[in-house]
Design a protein around this ligand. Structure first.
Ligand SMILES: N[C@@H](CCC(=O)N[C@@H](CS)C(=O)NCC(=O)O)C(=O)O
Length: 219
């Protein structure tokens, strides 16, 4: 299936961009990446604020339409644009379960550990490096422990978060683990999460999205 040319505003290490990269690779949709250097604050520059006034990536741009921001909205867009392979299960309850697990990670865990939160806490709220690291450990740990509890106890869990094929929840889970590794935050006491992420990382789409394989990653 042919698609309009997409442009993806991205940075090598980010969790939210990782999600979009995996979905694009899974569905075989090409996008030209444009770097927004978060370390240099480019997300807050005049040019990028026209793309996303909230100063965050990713943004997916297609001709003649305003930019699409929010990784989960982009995943839903890609899913409807090209339904195969599916990122969501066929049944109603299954779709809600997958979106629920994805939301625990993308909506309730990731926003607490973004650069803008770090900037505020270390710039205005008096956090030093140790306090910031404790903050990261707290919120990554809380999110992952809750997801582990669900994955370990619910019948819907299989080789992946939901059944035997990877989908939206797996993308979100792997995106959190990928950024935890970048920041050298270990996981602990999450055997189901670890098993599922290992299964994801056997897949080409997840491997190609890994931070260290992206343009701009430290060598
Ligand atoms: N909910 C948004 C989160 C976007 C977001 O926070 N992206 C981070 C990178 S993972 C970012 O660009 N942060 C810039 C900043 O915090 O200054 C999404 O899922 O797309």
């Amino acid at each position: 299936m042919s698609h309009p040319p997409f442009d993806l505003y991205a940075f090598w290490r980010t969790s939210a961009t990782f999600r979009v990269r995996v979905a694009l690779h899974m569905k075989g949709i090409a996008a030209t990446e444009h770097q927004v250097n978060l370390d240099a604050g480019e997300q807050r520059g005049e040019a990028f604020l026209k793309i996303n006034p909230l100063a965050a990536i990713p943004a997916l741009v297609t001709p003649d339409q305003p930019p699409l921001t929010q990784s989960m909205a982009i995943l839903e867009f890609l899913e409807e644009l090209q339904p195969t392979p599916p990122l969501l299960p066929a049944d109603l309850y299954g779709r809600a379960r997958v979106r629920s697990i994805a939301g625990m990670l993308a909506s309730d865990t990731h926003p607490l550990v973004t650069p803008r939160v770090r900037r505020y806490l270390t710039g205005s709220a008096g956090f030093d490096d140790a306090a910031w690291r404790a903050w990261q450990m707290q919120w990554f740990g809380t999110g992952l422990a809750a997801v582990e509890q669900r994955l370990a106890s619910e019948a819907g869990t299989g080789r992946f978060c939901h059944g035997e094929v990877p989908g939206m929840a797996d993308i979100c889970l792997a995106s959190i683990i990928a950024v935890m590794r970048v920041f050298k935050i270990p996981t602990s006491g999450t055997p189901t999460v670890d098993r599922i992420v290992a299964a994801c990382e056997e897949l080409d789409a997840f491997q190609r999205a890994q931070p260290q394989r992206q343009v701009g990653a430290p060598t």
